[in-house]
Design a protein around this ligand. Structure first.
Ligand code: IPE
Ligand code: IPE
Ligand code: MG
Length: 248
């Protein structure tokens, strides 16, 4: 009961402050969460899905427009095949289990990353989720899958070079917005707040271009333990920061 009261109070506090328009989360610590319990790593990934559901429930009614979740990096292919296979099943499981709730909450699904590198069944599940939620106008929920910030910038450079080669673009006239138009996030504003769980203080190739002026928030909480309260605390911390963007 005390917990619910504390949660309501924290919610009330953040409601009166400025909301981050776009929150991005590096969902880390699933493996350690499982290890602590003597469970296989994949049990941590399964439990991590519950944390995603809690975040979505927590954001209901708040003025956050975009939530981007780092689910699989271009470097995560280095993991054992059995773990990768498990992770590649999660988008389908998540969409299958949550589509009704997603529709009820007017959530629009999206994906950033090199989708062409994902297994066909994963691509199919994502495409179906995106199609089903195409007309929704509420929270935009993006999964970063087979996503790497360097890879994203590299393919943008290639695309711009091709345009220069074709004579469509003058190299000396390339602007920030030309670059941004080649990124996976071309129709998404940059994140205001980036949260990383599990105590690691690094970015691990996430949204390298887009986080230029994001507020970074690190917590020791492992992702499967992340709750609405943790999310509200991160937002409250964001609201106490003074964003200067290089000014005074
Ligand atoms: C995050 O948890 C999930 C993914 C990267 C897919 P980890 O699996 O990295 O968990 P730890 O960092 O090993 O504890
Ligand atoms: C970052 O976590 C990637 C995701 C959360 C999907 P990792 O666990 O892969 O990052 P490192 O290896 O600790 O840097
Ligand atoms: Mg990790």
């Amino acid at each position: 009961m005390l917990n619910r009261w504390q949660l309501a109070r924290q919610l009330e506090t953040i409601r009166s402050g400025k909301m981050p328009h776009h929150i991005a989360i590096i969902m880390d610590g699933n493996g350690r969460w499982a290890k602590k319990r003597g469970l296989p790593r994949v049990a941590g990934h399964r439990q991590g899905m519950q944390a995603i559901k809690r975040c979505l429930a927590g954001l209901k009614g708040l003025d956050v427009k975009y939530l981007t979740l780092y689910a699989f990096s271009t470097e995560n292919w280095r993991r054992p095949k059995s773990e990768v296979d498990f992770l590649m099943n999660l988008p389908g499981q998540f969409i299958g289990q949550e589509l009704t709730t997603i529709m009820e909450n007017n959530i629009k699904l999206g994906v950033i990353g090199d989708v062409s590198g994902l297994p066909a069944h994963t691509r199919k599940a994502i495409a179906e989720g995106i199609e089903a939620t195409r007309h929704n106008t509420g929270l935009r929920l993006n999964f970063a899958l087979n996503y790497g910030g360097r890879e994203e910038i590299l393919q943008a450079v290639r695309a711009l070079c091709r345009r220069c080669q074709q004579g469509d673009l003058d190299p000396s006239a390339i602007t920030y917005s030309d670059i941004e138009s080649c990124l996976y996030t071309r129709d998404i504003p940059s994140p205001d707040l980036v949260i990383r769980t599990s105590g690691e203080i690094r970015i691990s190739n996430f949204l390298l271009w887009q986080i230029a002026y994001a507020e970074l928030y690190f917590t020791d909480t492992l992702w499967p333990d992340f709750s609405e309260m943790h999310l509200y605390k991160a937002i409250a911390q964001f609201q106490r920061r003074n964003r200067r963007f290089g000014g005074v």
